[in-house]
Design a protein around this ligand. Structure first.
Ligand code: SF4
Length: 499
């Protein structure tokens, strides 16, 4: 009787631990497409397509290698596995551990043998040990410390006597506003869609949202490696300085967009890290860009995944700021007079992707300032992004984006008014609102709501070391009554889809 290796849609890599040592003559590889999962939420079409096309292409590669492959569509995962067991009568069913609480619990219930994931640089145990050591030392876990621990532990960008260039952090050289002079940004690689892609798109459930795929996202290993090479050659050197900049006509700037390939398993973070370090050591990219990018991969990405497992399944229900408003209708319709929000929503609709600052400082900032229910915002973000794995979205939206955990993940809320968006983007130049005005009909919603946010959380932040100084600025404003009135108007307009 054969052994079955069940492969999930985010494990599309020949080196996954569940396939280690698998002999094609005695192993059946199983892929299950669950109709219930596809229809469970209004997922973005490009997200569903990337997963399904990635699974189908990986299945074909394994078949070409000699494996028997059972690609199955069923109402649920449970039914798919039962039908597979009935047909193949496997001795055991093995799976690399899923990256979600629900997935792991289901696999255990179904009697699937789980092996630890090897698609991250840090095992769940290693992250747990780091957390325990940090807490033992009486410190709060922070990404920056985790990142430095990763650099030392993994020997990334390290010289004999410490971090390369003598510094851990190059944020001061990075995060510049958009350049004034035109820049030749790297072009997006576009794959030709074939019959398989067309068939998959036609089969997607009716409630799927967003534009159909245009070939932006890799669905096999060759496509993923091509994008990695292109990013190193054409994007990386400009990534660092402009990683936080936003331009209405340049959704990508120099972002790698490799999160999709990484989160599907098509790339291993190890090979991304190696390619970036090599480019730096060969003198092809500067240290600030290499460091700025690697902190995302070995720092943020690994931290967020460890944090998801550390915090447990109830973390997603946190609501420290007591935020109870429903999602503004603009998120569903895309219609808004706020150019920053409109442009960002267009990117989500067209590609299922916008870069990290649009997610954090436009979408999540709007959610925090208006007081949107964290769970509603989390669901929306999770559904709409091609790279939006659950382990990514729960900490990023609940902890970092909306500060709904009260400071476990981020020391202070990431909130900003129109001044920040004006500095970091070209959105405000042709917006109906004025980022410098906080009252009156043309007042920028971000500017007004920023002060209103501080005003309504005054007590909570009165002794917060980084927020209290902002309250002093608030107290110096002479028009607080008018700000409150304008905030009330803006919320009404937002609820009516008219802001
Ligand atoms: Fe956004 Fe305000 Fe700028 Fe308009 S003025 S683009 S709403 S920040």
């Amino acid at each position: 009787r054969p052994t079955t290796v069940w492969i999930l849609g985010d494990q599309l890599n020949r080196s996954i631990s569940s396939l280690e040592g698998a002999d094609p003559s005695s192993t059946v590889v199983l892929f299950v497409v669950s109709r219930a999962k596809l229809a469970a939420r209004p997922w973005h079409r490009q997200r569903l397509h990337a997963i399904l096309a990635g699974m189908a292409r990986f299945a074909a590669e394994l078949r070409a290698e000699g494996f028997r492959v059972d690609e199955r569509e069923a109402d649920t995962f449970t039914e798919g596995l039962a039908a597979h067991r009935a047909s193949y009568r496997p001795e055991t069913v093995r799976m690399m551990a899923p990256e979600s609480f629900a997935g792991e619990a289901l696999a255990r219930r179904l009697g699937v043998e789980l092996v630890a994931s090897n698609l991250f640089l840090t095992t769940r145990e290693e992250f747990g040990e780091w957390i325990a050591q940090t807490l033992e030392r009486g410190r709060r876990p922070r990404m920056e410390e985790f990142y430095r621990w990763q650099r030392r532990r993994l020997g990334i960008l390290m010289d004999e006597d410490g971090p390369a260039g003598g510094r851990w952090n190059f944020d001061s050289e990075n995060r510049l506003p958009p350049p004034r002079a035109p820049v030749a940004w790297p072009t997006v690689i576009v794959d030709q869609l074939d019959q398989l892609d067309v068939r998959i798109v036609a089969s997607l459930p009716d409630q799927a949202v967003g534009d159909p795929p245009q070939g932006w996202w890799p669905t096999n290993r060759v496509g993923a490696l091509r994008r990695l090479r292109a990013f190193i050659d054409e994007g990386l050197s400009r990534f660092g300085p402009y990683e936080d900049a936003m331009l209405a006509d340049e959704p990508r700037l120099a972002h790698s967009m490799l999160s999709v390939a990484l989160n599907l398993g098509l790339l291993h973070p190890h090979e991304v890290v190696e390619a970036v370090e090599r480019a730096f050591r060969d003198g092809r990219v500067g240290l600030s860009s290499a460091e700025g990018f690697l902190r995302q991969v070995i720092g943020w990405r690994e931290y967020v995944r460890g944090f998801y497992w550390w915090q447990g399944p109830t973390y997603r229900s946190q609501n420290a700021l007591g935020a109870e408003r429903p999602l503004p209708p603009a998120l569903a319709t895309g219609r808004t007079r706020m150019r920053c929000v409109r442009t960002t929503l267009e990117g989500v609709e067209r590609h299922g992707w916008v870069h990290h600052i649009q997610r954090l400082m436009v979408l999540a900032n709007l959610g925090t300032l208006t007081g949107v229910q964290p769970a509603a915002m989390l669901d929306w973000m999770w559904e709409r992004f091609v790279d939006g794995a659950e382990w990514v979205m729960v900490p990023n939206v609940i902890g970092m984006g909306l500060w709904a955990d009260g400071g476990v993940m981020a020391t202070k809320p990431y909130v900003a008014g129109g001044a920040y968006l004006r500095r970091m983007s070209d959105y405000c130049r042709s917006c109906e609102y004025d980022p410098r005005q906080r009252t009156g009909d043309r007042a920028c919603p971000f500017t007004t709501l920023y002060w209103w946010f501080l005003d309504r959380h005054r007590e909570r932040f009165a002794h917060h070391p980084r927020m209290a100084p902002l309250l002093h600025n608030l107290d110096r404003l002479g028009d607080l009554t008018a700000i409150r009135e304008r905030a009330r108007q803006i919320l009404e307009l937002l609820d009516a889809g008219l802001a």
